[in-house]
Each structure stands twice: as C-alpha cells, then as structure tokens.
Design a protein around this ligand. Structure first.
Ligand SMILES: [Zn+2]
Length: 313
C-alpha cells in the first residue's frame, strides 16, 4: 500500500488529500461540510471528496488503497461507526460512516476521532516524529487531544476515553459543554480565554471595538495590555495544570500543543512550559518535552491517511 486518502471532517470544511506512506501530500483540497444540512448531505459531500481524489489519482497514474476519516465525536471500537458526541454536525450520531463510504467508493475505509488523528499525524510526520509516547492537545473552541502509547492510539476500553479537555480542574467551577462543571476546556480553551477577556473588559467598562480573537489577545499581551497579560497568565496556569496531570499519569516523551493559538509564537510555549513545570512531578516529566504542533491544518488529513495505512494493511 503506497497511497491512501486522508479526510479531515470538520464543522465547516471537509479537508481531503492523497497521501504517500512517507507522509507526502500529493494532492489536497477542501469543500464545505454543510453541517447544518444533516448526516445524509455530509456523507454525500465526503463521497464527493473521495471521488475527487480518485480522479486526481487516476490522472497521476497512482492508486489509493484505502480511506481514513477523522470525524468529530466518539467512534466505536471497530473504527466504523460514529456513536455521537459531535454537536457541530446535525444528526451526527449512530452513523455507519465507514460502511457507507466503502459501499459508495469501493475502497476499504476506517474512521477515528478527528483530534486523535491530528495527534497521530503529528506523531507520524510532525512535531513528535521519532517519539513513541506522545500526548497531543489541540486548543480551540474546545480542547481535544490524543494519547499515543508505543506508537498506537490509546482509546480506553471500547474506545470511549481520551476526552482530554474534560479533566475536572475545579469542583465548584463553571459549567462545561459536556454537562459537568470546572473542566479544563471550560477554563483553558481559546473560547474560554476570549470569554474571560471580554468579561474583564465589561467589568472595567473598556472596549476594543473589534471582535476579540486569541490572536488579538496575544498581540495585546505584547503591548503590555494589563487585561491580556492577566488572562493569558491564567490561561497558561490552567493549561499547565491540566498537562501536568496528564504527564503525571502517562509520562510521554512529547506533549504537542496544536490549535490556532499555539501559532502565536515561541513566547506561548515558554510561558506554558514554566507553568507546567510548576505543577508536574519532576520525576514523571524528566523525559517530557513540550512542543508546538508542526503540521498546522494538514495534521488531520495526514493522520487519517496514516491511520488507514497502518490499520488496513
Ligand atoms: Zn467538560
């Protein structure tokens, strides 16, 4: 098997590509998910994406041997069915996704959680290349992630675990999207950072006139804006504490931080590292290095292709 098709299904776009086993992206493109139109439409769009790659492969006289798909939500232990837990696509639960794509495209197909496959992409081809034990966290609207042990994705019994954003940080904390309170995601996601920033601005009767983003808060931080400094300092403390908990348990070689905010620069990693070292047990973290993700928005496609390659052989 020399080429596989990688698909990264998101709430807004379906990113897809033809990938060589060495991680070379031969061809890539994307189309709108149409997540509001429901499961049948989204499946039709994924099939269109696969057919586009197949046509391109034919043109190049290459052939894809299988399909890997990263999807939001919880995937069953056979890596074929989306069980649920994906609130960004309407009707995305109990979807026999691998069967439907296989039937329509006549290629063996496997699916897994999108953040899991981004982590796998970073471990196979990106920031954690050459490491066998890796934690991956993607910081965005929520916090997703992956645990890779001895080169393989760890999913817990029946693949029900690795919801890394839902580590309980505070027993009396604010409500979380998962139904619990005080989770890491509710404090350390980019959305949470923006919320904290806006709340402080409201309290102080200050306004910046534009829509606040994680990137903008980073810029304000560099201009020594006191609200940005306070919010980012808290963000690093929350996130550092969450990572410390995970490292105390898994003691990985690398903790890879992805998501838009991680692209704000080396200062981000430096401060996060400082907070993380404050809370972690030194003996557990002696082999652990924090680093920023390298593959950007291609991690999902590459990880999905790699997942198909390793598991369909
Ligand atoms: Zn939660």
């Amino acid at each position: 098997m020399n080429y596989t098709i990688g698909i990264d299904l998101g709430g807004t776009a379906i990113k897809y590509g033809l990938v060589s086993t060495e991680g070379g992206l031969v061809f890539e493109n994307q189309l709108p998910t149409q997540a509001d139109c429901g499961a049948e439409t989204v499946i039709r769009n994924i099939i269109e994406a696969v057919k586009t790659v197949q046509n391109k492969a034919d043109e190049l006289k290459l052939s894809a041997a299988g399909i890997g798909i990263g999807t939001p939500g919880i995937v069953d232990k056979t890596n074929r069915i989306v069980l649920g837990g994906a609130d960004n696509i309407v009707g995305w639960s109990q979807v026999y996704l691998a069967d439907k794509i296989e039937e329509a495209c006549q290629l063996p197909t496997l699916i897994s959680n999108d953040a899991n496959l981004m982590g796998l992409g970073e471990q196979a081809y990106g920031a954690a290349k050459d490491s066998s034990d890796v934690l991956f966290l993607t910081i965005g609207t929520g916090i997703g992630g992956a645990i890779i042990i001895d080169g393989k994705l760890f999913g817990g019994y029946e693949n029900r675990g690795t919801e890394l954003g839902h580590i309980p940080l505070f027993f009396d904390g604010i409500p979380c999207s998962c139904g619990s309170v005080g989770c890491l995601e509710a404090y350390a996601s980019t959305s949470a950072l923006i919320q904290q920033f806006n709340d402080k601005c409201n309290k102080l009767n200050t306004s910046f006139g534009n829509e606040i983003t994680g990137k903008l808060i980073s810029e304000f931080y560099h201009h020594n804006n006191s609200i940005a400094v306070e919010c980012l300092t808290n963000h690093w403390a929350y996130l550092g504490r969450g990572i410390a908990g995970l490292v105390n348990i898994f003691s990985p070689q690398k903790v890879v931080i992805g998501g838009g905010i991680s692209e704000s620069g080396a200062f981000y990693l430096k401060h996060l590292e400082k907070e993380f070292r404050k809370y972690v047990m030194p003996d557990c973290a002696v082999n652990t290095q924090l680093c920023l993700a390298k593959l950007g928005n291609k991690a999902g496609i590459l990880g999905a292709a790699q997942f198909a390659y390793t598991n369909l052989k």
